[in-house]
Design a binder for this molecule. Sequence first.
Ligand code: NAP
Length: 508
Amino acid sequence: MITGQNYIGSRRSAEGSVTYRTINPKLNTENKWECTEATKNEIDEATRLASQAFKTFRKSSPEERAAFLDAIADEIENLGDELIEVYCQESGLPQGRAQGERGRTMFQLRSFAEMLRKGNWMETAIDLAIPDREPMPKPDLRKTYIPLGPVVVFGSSNFPLAYSTAGGDTASALAAGCPVIVKSHPMHAGTGELVASAIIKAAEKTGMPNGVFSNLNSKGIEVGIQLVNDPKVKAVGFTGSIRGGRALYDIANQRPEPIPVFAEMGSINPVVISQGALESKGDSWADTYAGSITLGTGQFCTNPGLILAVDSPELDVFASRLAAKIVEIDPMCMLHPNIKRAYSNLKTEVTEQAGVTMLSNEVPTDGNFADQAVATVNGASFLENPKLHQEVFGPFSIIVKCENKEQLLKIIEGLEGQLTGTILAEDSEIPSLTDVVDELQHRVGRIIFNGVPTGVEVCPAMNHGGPYPSSTDSRFTAVGLHSIKRWIRPISYQDFPMELLPNELKNA
Ligand code: NAP
């Protein structure tokens, strides 16, 4: 049952007077549970407990943390249908998506548990001493990794489960040995509370210290700002807008002790289509991309928002088919009235720019349902107008008709950092793609050949991040097992007695 209270460690608490309700975007009505924003004192108590819990949690064995993560997955499963119902009521997303995302969330938790048990994730190094080295003896040096300390997680609006309360950031931080304080997303606070209750149960069952996890409600930005400014917080994970991520990044850098903010933010995910692909598979790529652009109502960070090709009659055929196919898909509900408003405003702003033509017919929609659309513009207009480079979060894509390959390469070179870049081409064209690959790989974190960017696999080889502003630190991934590296730091032990070394560095 949802109480609307915060979790300050394992204690439920609602001392404050600021309350709010989440919205059912399909019905455009408020949900019945009332949430209470965390007070300054409650936030202080959560960070104090996290800091205290860190002293024990950092000493937990990988097996103990693995058992904790597995127990969280089990307890999420035990939440049963209530979790799915609340998820749908707070997000407007369909039941199948809720079930799929719950499965992904449990899979992520169990994957980190498995990684901890295998014990091969730390890149430890041992350099034995050479006492008789000339002219100086070489010391015994051994390097391992230790957790940073309490982490604040800002869950995303577009993945209420997989990238929120017990999502990728939380799972990876707990796996690393860092206590987590979640700043609950106000659009799905009920879903967040249910998942938080599962984490607290799992912590109690597996003997984790009180404060290893807290969940704080917020109606506005103040709770997050206090958390990021708190000296006991040592790192931040964020998924959302460039504006929000950048604001938190700046706050973290202005602290007396700056801390890392791993923010995964906006991206328009360019797709380059070759002439060969347009000629031989233009129709099927148009159909595939109509599905990719509208998947999840276009509310994916990997949504293909920009399609680039050299102008040709085949590109016109592709563009017309994509525009026709996209409007055949039933409009779907967006996550929140604010997201719908932002989508409508940005789409209008982009399509009103000089040289932009709307290709798709208008889709009649009600309430928070999104009218999917495709527009087109020529390469010169795109190059000179930065407003056309911004993310339109929703089912919208703009096709840029480039004059020639040189202009296409210039456009890629001028793009801001992106999560993904995609190339659609025929095998016979592969030798001529080197320059496109070279430009594209320096603007993106993941490069895809003959596929769609939507769909992010959870595995060690996945990189989900990219040059700014798609993320604040392109050296780390936010998805997949290597995301644990965001929450640890290296430490070297020099000439250390064997008894005092961490287990992974001992000779035995
Ligand atoms: P958001 O506005 O960036 O908010 C995300 C979280 O950060 C919220 O919990 C919010 O707290 C907090 N926050 C935002 N600005 C802050 C600030 N200045 N100081 C402290 N905390 C701050 O993202 P959203 O609410 O999820 O969606 C809004 C827009 O973000 C979307 O329309 C879309 O354009 C973009 N978005 C992009 C992606 C992507 O993957 N590319 C994903 C999600 C959203 P409060 O809500 O409590 O204020």
